[in-house]
Design a protein around this ligand. Structure first.
Ligand code: ATP
Ligand code: MG
Length: 401
């Protein structure tokens, strides 16, 4: 079948009342970015539907791109027909024929968004159902569980007919729920945490702590590659790379070994929070998963979280590792994450980190040295890259600070 349109249903955003226009705008932007490789398509957004005019591009490939967009509940390749009964009959028959095999059943689902159309729902069923029954030998109607469901949508401008309903990614369009900073390591968890948060409509900027020469350029590349994957969702993403060597060395010198990890996490959080303020974001996301490692016990979180009252989002907190790995594979980050390059935490990790650190103790240990100027210096020397999903990078030293 030669589809000329794709009809997109919004799902969850249609419940958003007054904010609806904003949501539709964001979704339109996501669709435009995802369909950039198909320059001839035309996108038209209405209150309850979006229409992509295929315009000679490859409808199958467009479908693949639409499947990944947050905020799309489902979509249907469709044909657009004039509001003319005879033309509609021809199109309805051709469409059902293209799906028909011996023994298959069908029904018609009319939707009259425009009530001025000459046929009511029953009339549509009758006219086009009758036409199909007369012209396809052996086809039967099955209203409860049809093999072929021909949807006929009557709009004021035209009629849209479709037989397929393809599930979208669900969620909310990216950018419709504000912005947050993702603490992105080179591991498996944090990219998945970023993905889930984006799925709820949050725009993200990533922050990565980098400790040369203890961590190599290859480990930085790995993080850039992870950021590129996440950037596919919204076309581009900022990645802030924080030079962390001096702070890690100072922690090693100043803080008892079993508290060094707690302290490292506290400084990472403080620095991320400083960058967050500058970037006007409202929350911080981590890949923390309860009980997985020493820094992820409740006692640890209690000691680490003390340094800020900015909301910390931990979308993976209660998930099982196997489920996280499955998602990492689905979103194509897993193979990048398992590349064998150490990140800064792995290298400085103490042999026996405290699993139940105390706030008072870590405060006490940190009080002997003025870390504040090191924090400011790290923030100032942070390099900001604009990550694009394709191989061409616009990497630049943004003078944001
Ligand atoms: P991940 O798989 O995301 O690396 P993990 O299981 O290795 O997580 P940790 O090393 O304890 O767990 O890290 C917990 C979280 O702290 C990470 O998910 C990430 O959000 C943040 N984090 C750790 N290291 C870094 C880093 N070098 N840069 C930025 N964020 C980091
Ligand atoms: Mg890690």
């Amino acid at each position: 079948m030669n589809y000329d349109h794709i009809l997109i249903r919004y799902g969850e955003i249609s419940t958003k009342g007054r904010n609806r226009n904003k949501f539709v705008d964001k979704l339109r932007k996501s669709v435009r970015i995802a369909l950039a490789p198909f320059p001839k398509v035309k996108i038209r957004a209405e209150r309850d539907r979006m229409y992509v005019k295929v315009n000679g591009e490859d409808a199958q490939e467009i479908n693949k791109a639409l499947k990944n967009i947050f905020g799309i509940q489902s979509f249907s390749p469709a044909i657009k027909v004039k509001r003319d009964i005879e033309q509609m009959k021809v199109a309805a028959l051709a469409l059902v024929k293209s799906f028909y095999k011996e023994g298959k059943t069908f029904k018609i689902t009319p939707k009259r968004s425009d009530k001025t159309f000459e046929l009511d729902t029953e009339g549509i069923n009758h006219t086009f159902g009758g036409h199909i029954l007369e012209n396809i030998a052996g086809i039967k109607v099955n209203v409860k569980n049809p093999d072929i469901n021909l949807k006929i949508e009557v709009r004021s401008d035209a009629i849209y007919m479709s037989c397929e309903n393809i599930l979208g990614a669900g969620g909310l369009p990216v950018g419709s729920s504000g912005k947050a900073m993702l603490m992105l390591s080179g591991g498996i968890d944090s990219p998945v945490a970023g993905y889930f948060t984006m799925k709820r409509g949050v725009e993200i900027e990533a922050v990565h702590f980098f400790s040369p020469p203890y961590t190599s350029e290859r480990s930085k590349e790995k993080v850039i590659d992870l950021a590129k994957k996440l950037a596919e969702i919204f076309g581009s993403m900022k990645l802030h790379i924080v030079p962390f060597t001096t702070i890690q060395q100072t922690i090693k010198e100043q803080i008892p070994e079993n508290y060094s990890m707690t302290s490292t996490r506290r400084f990472m959080l403080r620095i991320t929070d400083e960058i967050r303020k500058k970037q006007e974001a409202l929350a911080i996301i981590t890949g923390d998963n309860l009980g997985q490692v020493a820094s992820q016990t409740l006692e640890s979180m209690y000691a680490i979280n003390e340094v800020t009252n900015t909301p910390i989002l931990r979308p993976l907190l209660t998930m099982d590792k196997n489920d996280i790995i499955k998602i990492a594979k689905d979103i194509d980050t897993y193979d990048i994450s398992i590349r064998p390059f150490e990140d800064c935490c792995t290298i400085f990790v103490p042999s026996s980190p405290k699993t139940k650190p105390k706030r008072e103790k870590v405060q006490h240990y940190e009080s002997f040295f003025d870390f504040e100027h090191l924090i400011q210096e790290a923030v100032q020397k942070t390099e900001t890259l604009t990550i694009k999903p394709d191989s061409k990078q616009d990497s630049e030293f943004d003078d944001l600070f």
